[in-house]
Design a protein around this ligand. Structure first.
Ligand code: ZN
Ligand code: ZN
Length: 117
């Protein structure tokens, strides 16, 4: 079987139910900053959980931590950027995008699954 080099394949119906809400943008209007950040943290956590499930389903065990690389990236994420993490481990500040590093905002990092050769 030829490995897929892109996980952005079509979602099944149950996957759509699971993470379909991620397709809708969060409107910051009428929300406090804290409420907006909380919503974004929740979404990023769901997104990571979904990526993890999908990746580990096809045998992926590790990912590369990717940060957005702008000036708003926190020290933790800056240090983790480009490093390899196992989906099975529990990094001190949480996984990429899970926001445990940045208590006054939300983490915009994401996991880039390392696909089998
Ligand atoms: Zn961070
Ligand atoms: Zn981050």
């Amino acid at each position: 079987m030829k490995p897929k080099n892109n996980l952005a394949i079509e979602l099944t119906e149950s996957e759509q139910k699971e993470i379909g809400f991620l397709a809708e943008r969060v409107n910051p209007k009428g929300k406090t900053k804290a409420a907006y950040n909380a919503e974004m943290r929740k979404r990023n956590k769901a997104s990571f959980a979904f990526n993890k499930k999908r990746a580990t389903n096809i045998g992926v065990t590790h990912y590369v931590w990717r940060s957005t690389g702008d000036s708003d990236v926190c020290e933790v994420c800056k240090a983790n950027d480009g490093k390899v993490f196992a989906y099975s481990e529990n990094p001190e500040h949480g996984h990429a995008g899970c926001g445990n590093c940045k208590t006054n905002g939300y983490c915009r990092c994401y996991d880039e699954p390392i696909l089998p050769e």
